[in-house]
Design a protein around this ligand. Structure first.
Ligand code: 3HC
Length: 332
């Protein structure tokens, strides 16, 4: 913390004054330091963080569904155990992120209600079906790969609880990506039928994985302000480009083709050029019209309702613990 920030904090602590609080907030951001839950923050900062962190949490738990669909059909006990661990990791990511979102003041039930009633968004990618075992490979390699590219910079997000949650999430996502890569590598170096299955999965997941980074920069209403607040560190297109540059050589090692005839190295830019993505499809999916939106939401609501007894039992346990602690304190 720089001296300027320390002095401003003192002013805010001494006498609360919105201008001083805003100056303190601006200084923290200018210092590339962190805002913590008890710090004053502008309403718009709180709002956009609640939006982004809760959408991220929703994506993690909805993202369990396409893969959970393959747990009972994994080709071996070892692969089943690995896939189960991965799906459980996603539940854990949801937990860290809902906890981080709650520190901004909106309770978890409200956030879940927004998801269940279709008011809150979650990542477009999870509205596509997982049709074959090779999809577990393509999801791990491309979807978790895109997630890492997008999320590593979020470890430096200006809001402390979000940045800290992202550190652990990124470590686990890295294992997920390797797991997906290994599945695809085995298939693409297996029988001709297995290779075809791997190629088909990559063909279906490539475009939607690139769309995970969000709309193009000129159609991204939130990016500029989120970057000014050090929530996002790079724009959607910058991260998408970074991802394309990363996966082209990886696809070569897999001996699989990325389904984009416009993909070509551009010497001048020092990056790969890639073709226009289907943005009509993307906006249709985020409006709720993707191939699996209705199914994903219905399954989530069903799981939430089936889990009511767990929440009730946890509340009752907490009540008993509190009563026991109060009794011990009264005796002492
Ligand atoms: N799917 C659904 N909605 C999307 C989207 C996507 N792929 N990309 C953008 N949107 C939405 C935004 O949420 C925003 O909606 P809103 O204003 O109504 O809330 C709107 O489209 C405009 O987009 P912007 O670019 O202006 O939005 P952001 O600045 O918030 O950028 C983002 C979008 C890049 C997704 C950013 O929010 C972000 O980095 N979020 C954190 C990461 C995240 O949520 N990832 C989701 C995948 S989780 C995951 O991958 C799990 C792993 O296990 C695989």
């Amino acid at each position: 913390m720089s001296d300027t920030v320390r002095n401003l904090q003192q002013t805010v602590d001494d006498v609360f004054d919105t201008d001083a609080a805003q100056a303190y907030f601006d200084a923290i951001i200018g210092d590339d330091s962190r805002i913590e839950p008890r710090d004053w923050m502008p309403d718009a900062y709180r709002k956009t963080l609640t939006r982004q962190v809760s959408q991220h949490a929703h994506s993690e738990i909805i993202g369990m569904q396409p893969e959970a669909n393959w747990i009972t059909r994994a080709p071996s006990l070892k692969r089943k155990a690995i896939l189960m661990a991965k799906v459980q990791d996603e539940a854990g990511h949801g937990l860290y992120l809902y906890s981080a979102a709650e520190t901004l003041g909106t309770p978890r039930d409200v956030l879940l209600e927004q998801l269940h009633t279709g008011k809150a968004k979650y990542s477009s990618i999870f509205n596509y079906p997982a049709r074959s075992w090779a999809d577990m490979g393509a999801i791990g390699w491309l979807v978790d790969g895109a997630a890492i590219c997008n999320q590593v910079p979020l470890c430096r997000a200006s809001y402390g609880p979000y940045g800290r949650a992202m550190v652990r999430i990124c470590k686990e996502e890295s294992f997920h990506q390797r797991q997906g890569w290994e599945i695809l590598y085995e298939l693409s170096h297996g029988t001709p039928a297995q290779k075809r299955m791997a190629q088909d999965a990559v063909n279906r997941f490539y475009g939607p994985a690139l769309q995970m980074f969000g709309p193009p920069d000129d159609a991204s209403p939130n990016s500029q302000q989120s970057m000014a607040w050090n929530i996002k560190r790079f724009s959607n297109d910058e991260l998408r480009q970074r991802f394309v540059d990363m996966i082209v050589p990886q696809a070569e090692a897999l001996e699989l083709t990325l389904p984009d005839p416009d993909l070509a190295w551009n010497e001048e830019r020092g990056h790969y050029d890639y073709g226009e993505l289907d943005w009509d499809e993307f906006f249709g999916v985020i409006k709720g019209n993707g191939p699996c939106n209705a199914q994903r939401l219905a399954r989530r609501v069903e799981a939430h309702e089936n889990g009511a007894w767990v929440r009730e039992a946890a509340r009752e346990y907490a009540r008993k613990q509190q009563a026991a602690t109060a009794e011990t304190a009264a005796v002492a």
